[in-house]
Structure formats: C-alpha cells, structure tokens
Design a protein around this ligand. Structure first.
Ligand code: NAD
Length: 287
C-alpha cells in the first residue's frame, strides 16, 4: 500500500467540501471535483468561508488557513482530479447506479493500490465494490454533517475489503482528527439505521399533529440531550438524501420503521429539500 498523500473528493454538494476541508487541514494534497461546471469552485469558496470563520473564532491560525487552502484545488474534470490520487472519497448522490458508474470510471483512471472510498450513508458497499475488478481496495468512509465539526467516521468494510485498505482508511480518518469506528457492511451501517428511524418517526408525529416541528425537536434536545432535534437534522442532511436512504432501508431491511412518510415525499416533490434550498421542516435564511 502506498502512503496516502493525495486525496480526491468527488462531489461538491453538502458533504464533499467538508471532507475536502478536513483532508486539506490534515496535510493531504486535495482535489475537489464535481461534474456540474462551477460546482467544485463553489465548494472551494465554501471551504474558504469556513476557514475564515475558524480563523475568526480562534480555531485556526492565518498560517494554517493559508496552508490548507494552498493544498486544495477544484476541478470540473474528474479524470484530471483523480489521476495519481492515493485515495478517492466519493460524495455524489445516494444512488447505487450513479456510484457504480463512477467507480467503474475511476478504475480506468486509477490502478490499484489507490483506495476507492464511498461516503454512502446506507447503500451496500459490496454492491458499489462490485463495479470494479479489485474490490479489495473499496470501502466506505462515512462522514457526518457538518464534517469539520462531527467526530465520527464509519469505516465500512464489505467482505472483500483488504485489511490494508481498512487500516489505511482508519489512519486517514484519525489524521483528520476523527474517531473512526469499523462497521460491517449492512444496510444503514450503525448510524443511519438508528438515526433514520428517529427522523422518520418525528415526521409521522408531525403529520399526526402530535406537536409542531420545534416542539418535537425540543423533546429530543431537552428530554434526551441530543444536540439537535431530528427534524432540524433532516433539514441539514437534505430531505432528498433522507428520502433516498429511507426508501433503500425500507426495501433492504423490510421493516415499516423505514417507510418514508408522505410529508417527506411531498416536501421533496415540491423542491423543499431543507437548508440547501431555504425550506424544509424549517425556513432557512442562509443556505
Ligand atoms: P448532494 O446532492 O448535496 O451533492 C452531490 C454532488 O455530486 C452534487 O454537487 C452533484 O453535482 C455531484 N455529482 C453528481 N453526480 C456526479 C458524478 N458522476 N461525478 C461527479 N460529481 C457528481 O449530496 P450530499 O448530501 O453531499 O451526499 C453525498 C453522499 O454523501 C451521499 O451518498 C449521501 O448519502 C452521503 N452523506 C450525506 C450526508 C448529508 O448530511 N447530506 C451525510 C453523510 C453522508
């Protein structure tokens, strides 16, 4: 296994820029790529703003901010961004076919032993790994939103993941200042399987008029000491992302706990995706 020096993050939506930021802060050379022209550059700007905020709050120095930004590049071209990378972390939408297509394209650009990681929240890592001919170099690295603040990374191994791949991913996560846990590849892993139930049940309670969104959230923040209520968290994650995960877990775990509530499907159909569109269960003034 080569030492990891260069990390390519594919997808510059909600998650990709955060992953690119913590990778650059950890000292890796980082390329952020997105297939939509200009999206990677916008992701780069978000990182710059985040680092400015860190500087203002005394969480970063001017030198560390400059150094992190100097290690980062943004690109609209996947081939250029991926070529020569030691680790690729994919953060494109939660759709199996999209991810499989991307991995099969990546293997043409990047030979082993470069590691191919997916940030999927719930999909089968084995099914994604099945798109390449060396599945031992594939695993999940599941980060949490907002990436620069959340400590957890689930390192998800499918039955064919090489031990060296797993160990390298654990080491990268630690170097990023995260606390990795190693989880077997099963639907929703450890985190989404539990967390999604809570979010969907909160939506059903809202539909039934048990309480308003803020009060349902307060039940969890004040009653259970959760740092954020499940509806606000869904707004941060993205309602579309949550809906895809719920559908997938509903199918694979065959449990009605995961049946997507009508309110979730309706809000997504109306384009109310949460913080990123300004409206979800809450109204957001800043996307
Ligand atoms: P998103 O929809 O906000 O962003 C996805 C980005 O990928 C978009 O900018 C899109 O243009 C780009 N993209 C789409 N197809 C591409 C391709 N083939 N090549 C390059 N770029 C492409 O999605 P997100 O919320 O950042 O989620 C990304 C992944 O991370 C999903 O698998 C999701 O389940 C997972 N995840 C999300 C969260 C969250 O809070 N949103 C948390 C943990 C994990």
């Amino acid at each position: 296994m080569n030492p990891i020096r260069t990390v390519t993050v594919v997808g510059a939506g909600t998650m990709g820029p955060g992953i690119a930021q913590v990778a650059a802060q950890a000292g890796y050379a980082v390329r952020l790529a997105d297939s939509v022209p200009g999206a990677a550059a916008r992701g780069f700007e978000r990182i710059r703003k985040n680092l400015d905020g860190a500087l203002e709050r005394g969480k970063a120095t001017a030198e560390s901010r400059e150094a992190a930004l100097a290690r980062l590049t943004a690109s609209d071209d996947l081939d250029t961004a991926a070529r020569g990378a030691d680790l690729v972390i994919e953060a494109i939408p939660e759709k199996l076919e999209l991810k499989r297509e991307l991995f099969s394209r990546l293997e043409k650009i990047l030979p082993p032993p470069s590691i191919l990681a997916t940030n999927t929240s719930s999909l089968s890592v084995a099914a994604i790994a099945g798109a390449v001919s060396n599945p031992e170099r594939v695993l999940g690295m599941h980060f949490f939103n907002p990436v620069h603040l959340m400590k957890l990374v689930e390192v998800v191994t499918h039955p064919g993941t090489a031990d060296a791949t797993r160990d390298a991913a654990v080491a990268v996560a630690r170097r990023m200042g995260k606390e990795p846990i190693v989880v077997k590849d099963s639907p929703g892993f450890a985190s989404s399987r539990l967390g999604v139930v809570l979010g969907l049940e909160a939506m059903r309670m809202l539909e039934e008029g048990v309480a308003g969104a803020e009060d349902i959230d307060r039940a969890m923040t004040l009653g259970y000491n959760h740092p954020m209520g499940p509806l606000r968290l869904t707004d941060l994650v993205g309602l579309d992302v949550r809906l895809s995960i719920a559908r997938y877990l509903h199918q694979t775990l065959r449990s009605d706990h995961y049946a997507p509530p009508a309110i979730l499907a309706r809000l997504v159909a109306e384009g109310k995706l949460g913080q990123k569109t300004g409206q979800g269960f809450y109204t957001w003034t800043e996307p």
